[in-house]
Design a protein around this ligand. Structure first.
Ligand SMILES: O=C(O)CCC(=O)C(=O)O
Length: 278
């Protein structure tokens, strides 16, 4: 651990989780992400901050997990999504680009700067179905993998509430394609069945976990007694290039295929200390 990180750890122990203060990422955590495909970030954020963000999201209309002309009506057993709130709400943008979050992102990604590309909530009411094992990469308009999602618990979560889980080492398989309806990705790629299932355990409000866009991940049904409220914040390399794949969130930025995300005026560039303004 560097002396700077040692200072951060003692500050953490003293209880400072302010959004202006860096989270003390350790070498072990960086290694976990790069070797095991995911990393646990205990005590990432202050309980009061995540509860404020949860309330902010609950105050705006949500949409259900399924969308499009053939999708069934939204019912109370679906994931409730709020997609791209930060691009409409300055308080949310301030939160997701705070040094607490972006400092951890660039250290984990091992890059000098990154771009903030998406926030999306996953509020999972009691009874909500499982999210099947999948990779995110194929759904998004990036020319390369390397997008990092930080999945934040906005409330305390018990083991039976469907906490996000991961197949350890799965990012080393590379991109494996879309989820096919009625086909388990582990049937298409049987070697995934040999991988350890990690994560998926109780979390406290403000704890977080992070994964790559090619990490195979999913979540069990919420069989608990309370809604499970989580927020994913997603970052990529500034030199990642828009490839034009249609997506309801990314379509809004008016990007041209071939354009770097770091050159899109609507997309914030971030570094260890928050937004980069030059
Ligand atoms: O919250 C969930 O259950 C799914 C989240 C997810 O797939 C993601 O953040 O990429």
């Amino acid at each position: 651990m560097t002396s700077q990180n040692a200072d951060l750890v003692s500050e953490q122990a003293a209880g400072s989780r302010s959004l202006d203060k860096r989270y003390p990422i350790t070498e072990e955590q960086i290694k976990s992400l790069h070797e095991k495909s995911w990393v646990s970030l205990p005590g990432f954020l202050d309980k009061a901050d995540v509860s404020r963000i949860r309330d902010l999201l609950l105050d705006i209309p949500d949409r259900g997990f399924l969308s499009g002309p053939d999708s069934p009506d939204i019912d109370s057993t679906m994931l409730m999504l709020h997609d791209g709130t930060a691009f409409r709400n300055p308080k949310m943008m301030e939160f997701v680009t705070s040094p607490r979050i972006t400092g951890a992102v660039v250290e984990l990604m091992k890059v000098p700067e990154a771009v903030f590309v998406q926030d999306i909530s996953f509020f999972k009411p009691v009874g909500t179905f499982e999210v099947p094992w999948h990779q995110d990469f194929s759904f998004w308009p990036f020319d390369r993998w390397g997008n990092l999602s930080i999945w934040i618990a906005l409330e305390d979560m018990d083991d039976d509430m469907g906490v996000l889980q991961y197949l350890e080492g799965s990012h080393k398989e590379g991109p494996l394609g879309y989820i096919e309806v009625d086909r388990d990705i582990r049937d298409a790629y049987p070697q995934l069945r040999d991988m350890k299932v990690a994560g998926g355990k109780a979390l406290k409000a403000g704890d977080a976990q992070a994964h790559w866009d090619i990490t195979v991940h999913g979540s069990a049904a919420n069989t608990g007694t309370r809604r499970r409220s989580a927020l994913s914040v997603r970052f990529h390399r500034p030199d990642a290039i828009y490839n034009g794949i249609a997506h309801p969130h990314y379509d809004q930025f008016g990007m041209k295929p071939g354009q770097r995300f770091g050159d899109c005026p609507a997309i914030p560039r971030v570094g260890p200390n928050g937004v980069i303004t030059d």
